[in-house]
Design a protein around this ligand. Structure first.
Ligand SMILES: [Zn+2]
Length: 255
């Protein structure tokens, strides 16, 4: 079983989640300019050095990262924190922006997977760690992502949010920016088998029911800003803030 480590996530690299549970995992390759065994460290350095870049430039972090050479995975912030925040811009908007589109990060959990170049095969051990991480997060945070690939997504708020596993390249944001991410070498079929609930070691989801109740309330409040949040999960503190004229829900989960 991989070791799960916590990596720091600076405030500028995170945003409050408005949708829980996540509908999907978004897969990204690291493609840092270094060797495969150093992809994890290079990615950690890149994410934590965003403050040194000029204001207004891209300040990414993903939500999680997998190692190629050690039996390790990292979560940015901490695993429970994924309930209340997501990475700021691992996968942003498509063509139209926030009024019309979901940012891909808002509805999912983004994971960086080590790969040095688009033509490099993903190592079996890397894929197993990635699959373990996806299953572990679902079990410990209480949500279920179906083991299917989402092959294309408009990101439009008016369209349904399809659930499953998606490559950055298959989001409107990835199509707009010409991504090959995770690219042709990612073995989707084999990977999806690794994350099917039929796997004998698939963890159980204890509290998914309560959390689904939470997201239903959240979606109704989006549709009807005047609604109260009376049937949010007991113990959850919900606040509404206004930012750039938009109404944003933030939440705190009980320990
Ligand atoms: Zn990407």
């Amino acid at each position: 079983m991989p070791e799960l480590l916590i990596a720091s996530r600076p405030p500028y690299a995170r945003r409050p989640r408005t949708i829980w549970p996540p509908h999907r995992f978004t897969i990204h390759p690291t493609r840092g300019h270094t060797t495969l065994d150093l992809q994890d460290q290079a990615t950690l350095n890149f994410f934590s050095s965003a403050a040194a870049r000029p204001p207004g430039t891209w300040c990414p972090t993903a939500d999680a990262l997998v190692s190629a050479d050690e039996d390790r995975v990292w979560v940015f912030g901490e695993p429970q924190g994924l309930r209340t925040e997501h990475s700021s811009v691992a996968t942003g908007y498509g063509t139209w922006g926030a009024d019309w589109e979901w940012a891909a990060d808002e509805v999912g959990i983004s994971i960086e997977v080590p790969q040095t170049a688009a033509q490099e095969e993903y190592a079996d051990a890397t894929l197993e760690r990635l699959a373990w991480l996806c299953r572990h997060l679902q079990a410990t945070l209480g949500f279920v992502v179906p083991a299917v690939r989402v092959r294309g997504w408009s990101q439009l708020r008016s369209a349904p949010i399809l659930s499953g596993y998606i490559g950055h390249e298959d989001t409107m944001n990835g199509m707009k920016s010409g991504k090959s991410d995770p690219g042709a070498r990612f073995p989707w079929e084999r990977f999806l088998q690794m994350v099917t609930p039929e796997q004998p070691d698939h963890p159980t989801v204890a509290d998914a029911t309560t959390l689904y109740q939470f997201v239903r309330a959240d979606e109704r409040n989006r549709a009807n800003p005047g609604a109260t949040a009376v049937d949010f999960t007991p113990g959850v503190t919900v606040s509404v803030v206004r930012r750039n004229g938009r109404r944003i829900l933030t939440m705190e989960m009980p320990d």
